[in-house]
Design a protein around this ligand. Structure first.
Ligand SMILES: [Fe+2]
Length: 161
């Protein structure tokens, strides 16, 4: 952009736009933190004849969420902002709500599917906002997550049929 009035941040992105994207990434981080803790609870509390299968599956899921939590937080820092790091902020900012004492495998899988749907929706919004300011780093990260999680959503939906 040739606009001389435009403020650029340290990686050459429009400052105001990067702040907006960073704010949305903080929302995403909050969702992932609650989602992560919910799935840890499912891993611990699952009961019934699918215990062995789901106990392992949930561990795989929360380990993946943990990687994304760190990637999202470090992307916020790369954009020159501060990732939230308190549970009170996460609870305030998360569309995914806390799930406690869920023991039934189907209920756990349904909850996970709905949480993926919530983060996919938010990631699509972030991708659009990032593309608007030529923030390819954030846009491609969101694109990777969306592609992967859409496939996961298909598999979880198949499980529930
Ligand atoms: Fe464990």
């Amino acid at each position: 952009m040739a606009d001389n009035m435009q403020q650029l941040n340290v990686i050459g992105l429009d400052q105001a736009g990067a702040e907006q994207v960073g704010g949305k990434l903080n929302q995403l981080l909050a969702n992932y933190q609650i989602f992560y803790m919910n799935v840890r609870g499912f891993h611990w509390n699952i009961r019934g004849e699918r215990f062995f299968e789901l106990h392992v599956k949930f561990e795989e899921t929360y380990n993946d969420l943990l990687l994304k939590i760190d990637e999202v937080a470090e992307r916020i820092l790369t954009l020159g902002q501060q990732p939230h790091h308190t549970y009170s902020k996460y609870l305030e900012n998360s569309a995914v709500k806390e799930a406690s004492n869920v023991h039934d495998g189907r209920d756990c899988v349904e909850n996970i599917l709905n949480s993926y749907r919530a983060v996919i929706k938010l990631q699509r919004e972030i991708l659009a906002a990032a593309s608007d300011i030529d923030d390819e780093g954030t846009a491609s990260l969101m694109g990777d997550y969306i592609t992967e999680q859409e496939k996961t959503a298909w598999m979880l939906t198949s499980y529930l049929k």
